[in-house]
Design a binder for this molecule. Structure first.
Ligand SMILES: *[C@@H]1O[C@H](CO)[C@@H](O)[C@H](O)[C@H]1NC(C)=O
Ligand SMILES: *[C@@H]1O[C@H](CO)[C@@H](O)[C@H](O)[C@H]1NC(C)=O
Ligand SMILES: *[C@@H]1O[C@H](CO)[C@@H](O)[C@H](O)[C@H]1NC(C)=O
Ligand SMILES: *[C@@H]1O[C@H](CO)[C@@H](O)[C@H](O)[C@H]1NC(C)=O
Ligand SMILES: *[C@@H]1O[C@H](CO)[C@@H](O)[C@H](O)[C@H]1NC(C)=O
Ligand SMILES: *[C@@H]1O[C@H](CO)[C@@H](O)[C@H](O)[C@H]1NC(C)=O
Ligand SMILES: *[C@@H]1O[C@H](CO)[C@@H](O)[C@H](O)[C@H]1NC(C)=O
Length: 853
């Protein structure tokens, strides 16, 4: 009896010990390489890599010589382990578990190691993850400072995972390096997978495959940081905007606040609730929806199989056959008539999430290096609503038969090569291309647009295909709106949501040194807040430093507002805050230096060369993007409150950036509708409604932006008291001229004969709509943006036409027809439906202006 008791006891002990052992080895592991470890900005603990390194022979620990402002955290990025000969890490693992392995690289100057010489391979278990890998080239092509690579490794049948770093022998002085490694056990979320274009007999079992993550997106929703991920997997989920092909963006839909997501038998690790609570749908107009495909596209490496995982959760409809749609991947049926997608049909009820995997091989053809997902309503099943929806998407690359996942390094475009060896540089945006290319998806509707698409396509190919290719190295970030800040390597809007709370602290002595002790010859501007100085930090980086006027109490508040706002916001078209100084009684803000100054100084009252019409359009589009982001891209609506041409700054590549959020105010939350506040802003730009009722909505910014548009078109100040009374206010005068049809006469004389009349018409119509007296009649910034992009396309296509075939002004008759139609359009926005579908452009415009139901 006693024996049995004792036996039981020891068995329990054994079980406990065994469990403790096992759970230790399945704890998520975050290893800061080449450092002692510590907590990152998210509060996550990183341990030193010492105990996992098999032998430290040939390895060095070094600190990066420069901290890029876009780095999320000093840990793990500021320290690296450098290997000059093959070196191995050994990590304890559970033999039956699938593991997620994440690698962090920050290619920077590490002591006397020249990062340009770093080419290496990484092998985990038997899987080649990287080969001849250059983190520097990859980062450069992505225009970002650091890089995260994520892999999912099949169960290894071993208690130890060996990861080997091998410097390439093909380069002299080559070395390998790594800044951080994460290893996290995850449920095996992979199983039988349908192969696109084949019947179910050829389904693929991918449960024992190895993957590289290419993209992971919260479709129709916001960036989800690692700390908010489910299942403890620390994944980042990015917004899908940059990947939506075509201007037909559909609509973002979101579940109500209290809506409950029930995972049922789905693993919580599949995706966090926030992925399932938001989605992109097509819009409320079913007949319109039948005319197009909601399309996303993703550049990838050729000659690999990809698994496309689509996440769904219905939160609007209750029954089968309400929202039924076809899904195509690379032009082939993935889930289409006669087997269309019906989320309720799959899950049985609202609020239950699910995901579907589809495998597709991507060939190496002239236009094939992409994964394209398209959705359009099913017609065969005659559903209640002609609509489709997607909540999330992940794309994984499968290893090939040699257990290889490595592709080649991206090719830098010639443009990137030109700016070559400088460590920090700006890259020209690719957004023009994507804007134009973006038109292509809706192009079925319009000949003009088809022509443009072809043009854009040619341009892409001419660019060597490198641009499109580059993004395949971007498993985690967007392509179209990355980069472009003075720090070319700072991130796209969603990537930089990561940067929340990270702004650098400067000491007052650093600031004094940077500005040569606030010498007056360095003053580049004066605002309500105080003087703005130019300065130099880090031995060569130009910055703008705003110094608060210690006597102004308003300054203190605005200083704090601005730090709070800006440190959370990063966008290509917003001036980035680098850091701040609150020291020795001084308050300073340090920004990117905008080499070309304000938009206004390039428009009038100066001796600078005149901006071309296309340049002005591009600047207006950039600023509109920045404002659109403020209104919709961040967690809360942010109202700028002081939109004017002096708050639109230009960097050395003419990229427009909205600045000066000192007056910004977080906009209406939920249903409140407006924010009451003391009137601020600049005369000449003030929304009359705001002025009278002191009610602030984002439409107040739209009004001010309308004034900016006319300033760009007419090259005169918003207020000019020296003119006759009726002409003093540009807003009033331009609206008047537009109404009586004499707008032509007040257009900047420098533009005469150099603009396409259609384009100017579109532009002026848009500006006039912005200036509507009633806020509700004004378009949203997104509509303004689209209309401006469309205007730009008209100009570009006219320029192409006149360059290729001289057709004179053949479009003018057409434009007068359209102007009559739009004259009847009293709502001041193009959202509403015109009954006559004869005008293709109107249909296209409806596509991009859809509303949710
Ligand atoms: C690093 O190497 C590259 C190419 O090998 C060379 O062009 C560059 O000058 C080197 N940089 C330094 C600082 O030695
Ligand atoms: C060196 O180059 C040769 C061919 O040029 C290639 O076969 C080999 O794999 C390369 N070695 C490394 C370590 O990249
Ligand atoms: C989860 O539930 C659904 C519907 O009840 C069923 O079709 C599916 O096979 C289940 N999945 C698993 C992994 O049990
Ligand atoms: C893909 O495979 C084909 C045929 O094997 C080959 O010609 C081509 O170079 C490969 N492309 C890439 C990018 O590896
Ligand atoms: C899909 O079809 C379109 C139009 O026919 C074509 O331009 C595109 O290259 C195709 N995409 C793929 C991946 O086959
Ligand atoms: C949507 O895309 C599929 C696959 O490329 C195509 O067959 C279909 O015609 C498209 N539908 C519309 C309405 O454009
Ligand atoms: C290694 O990568 C570099 C840069 O992309 C490339 O020029 C070189 O050909 C590659 N070498 C091998 C052996 O693949």
């Amino acid at each position: 009896m006693e024996n049995i008791q004792r036996f039981r006891l020891s068995f329990v002990w054994f079980a406990l010990i065994f469990e403790a052992f096992v759970s230790v080895s399945s704890q998520p592991l975050a290893v800061a390489c080449g450092s002692k470890g510590g907590k990152d900005e998210d509060g996550r603990n990183w341990e030193s890599d010492e105990k996992y390194l098999k032998s430290s022979h040939g390895s060095t620990q070094l600190q990066a010589g420069y901290q890029d402002p876009s780095l999320l955290s000093t840990i793990p990025y500021m320290n690296a382990r450098i290997f000059t000969s093959p070196a191995t890490y050994q990590f304890p693992i559970k033999s039956t578990e699938r593991y997620l392995a994440r690698f962090h690289f920050y290619p920077s100057a590490y002591s006397n190691f020249n990062i340009s010489n770093s080419y290496f391979s990484v092998i985990a278990g038997e899987v080649t993850l990287m080969n001849n890998f250059s983190a520097e080239i990859t980062c450069e092509a992505l225009t970002q400072a650091y890089l995260i690579r994520e892999y999912s490794l099949a169960p290894l049948d071993s208690e130890i995972l060996t990861i080997t770093f091998t410097p390439s022998t093909n380069y002299t002085n080559s070395f390998a390096f790594v800044n951080g490694i994460e290893l996290i056990a995850m449920p095996n979320l992979f199983g039988m997978t349908a192969v696109v274009g084949c019947d179910s007999s050829s389904d693929l079992d991918i449960s024992s495959e190895n993957f590289q993550l290419m993209f992971r997106l919260n479709v129709g929703g916001q960036y989800i940081p690692p700390s908010k991920d489910s299942g403890g997997l620390f994944r980042s989920w990015y917004n899908d905007d940059p990947y939506v092909f075509a201007a037909a963006l559909g609509v973002n839909i979101e579940a109500d606040k209290g809506f409950h997501i029930r995972y049922r038998n789905l693993s919580h690790s599949s995706a966090p609730e926030d992925v399932y609570r938001t989605a992109r749908a097509m819009g409320s107009d079913g007949h319109l929806n039948l005319m197009f495909n909601l399309t996303w596209w993703f550049p990838v490496d050729a000659n690999f199989t990809y698994v496309v995982r689509l996440h769904f959760c219905e939160f609007q409809d209750d029954m089968v056959n309400q929202r039924v749609f076809n899904i195509y991947i690379n032009n082939q049926s993935a889930q289409a008539d006669p087997y269309p997608a019906d989320i309720i049909g799959w899950t049985g009820r609202k609020g239950v999430p699910t995901y579907k995997d589809y495998a597709i091989f991507v060939y190496d053809g002239p236009s094939d290096e992409m994964v394209m997902i398209q959705m359009t309503p099913s017609t065969e099943s005659k559903p209640q609503y002609y609509d489709s929806q997607l909540n999330g998407v992940e794309i994984f690359k499968l290893d090939d038969e040699n257990k290889n996942l490595a592709g080649s390094n991206p090719q830098l475009s010639s443009m990137l090569l030109e700016t070559g060896s400088e460590p920090k540089k700006s890259f020209r945006s690719k957004s023009n291309n994507s804007v134009i290319a973006g038109a292509a998806g809706g192009a079925a509707a319009s000949l003009v647009l088809v022509a443009l698409a072809l043009y854009a396509y040619r341009k892409r190919r001419q660019a060597g295909g490198a641009d499109s290719r580059a993004s395949s190295w971007l498993p985690l970030h967007g392509n179209s709106n990355s980069n472009g800040s003075k720090y070319g390597k700072s991130n796209s809007s969603h990537a930089s949501a990561l940067a929340q709370g990270l702004s650098r602290h400067f000491s007052i002595s650093e600031i004094r040194q940077a500005t040569e002790n606030f010498i007056d010859s360095n003053v580049i501007g004066v605002g309500g807040f105080g003087k703005v100085y130019k300065g130099v930090i880090d031995g060569g980086t130009k910055v703008a430093i705003k110094r608060s006027n210690p006597s102004s109490e308003q300054g203190v508040n605005e200083f704090q507002t601005e730090i709070e706002m800006l440190s959370k916001l990063r966008h290509k078209h917003l001036v980035s805050l680098i850091g701040f100084c609150e020291d020795g009684g001084e308050m300073c803000l340090v920004y990117d230096y905008m080499a070309l100054g304000t938009f206004r100084e390039h428009l009038y009252n100066n001796k600078k060369p005149q901006l071309s019409w296309q340049q002005r359009l591009e600047i207006c589009i950039g600023a509109a993007r920045g404002l659109h982001y403020l209104h919709t891209g961040a967690k809360y609506t942010i109202i700028h409150r002081d939109v004017k041409t002096t708050n639109i700054l230009l960097d050395e590549k003419w990229v427009a950036k909205v600045s000066d959020f000192g007056l910004s105010k977080t906009g209406p939350e939920m249903n409140q509708g407006h924010v009451s506040t003391v009137v601020k802003g600049s005369f000449g730009y003030l929304d009359p409604e705001y002025f009278q009722r002191q009610q602030l909505t984002e439409k107040s910014d739209v009004y001010s932006f309308g004034v900016v548009l006319f300033e760009a078109l007419c090259a005169r100040p918003a207020l000019n008291p020296s003119l006759p009374k009726e002409q003093v206010s540009l807003a009033d005068w331009a609206r008047h001229c537009h109404k009586i049809g004499t707008l032509e006469e007040i257009i900047d004389p420098h533009l005469k004969g150099k603009t396409n009349p259609e384009c100017v018409k579109k532009f002026a119509d848009t500006a006039v709509k912005c200036l509507s007296d009633q806020g509700i009649e004004r378009p949203h910034m997104g509509d303004v943006l689209w209309n401006l992009e469309f205007a730009l396309q008209l100009q570009v296509s006219a320029d192409i036409a006149s360059g290729l075939i001289d057709q004179g002004s053949s479009t003018s008759s057409d434009s007068s027809v359209r102007s009559q139609r739009q004259g009847n359009n009293s709502q001041g926005s193009e959202i509403e439906l015109n009954e006559e579908p004869d005008n293709q452009i109107d249909i296209f415009s409806q596509l991009v202006n859809q509303k949710g139901r």
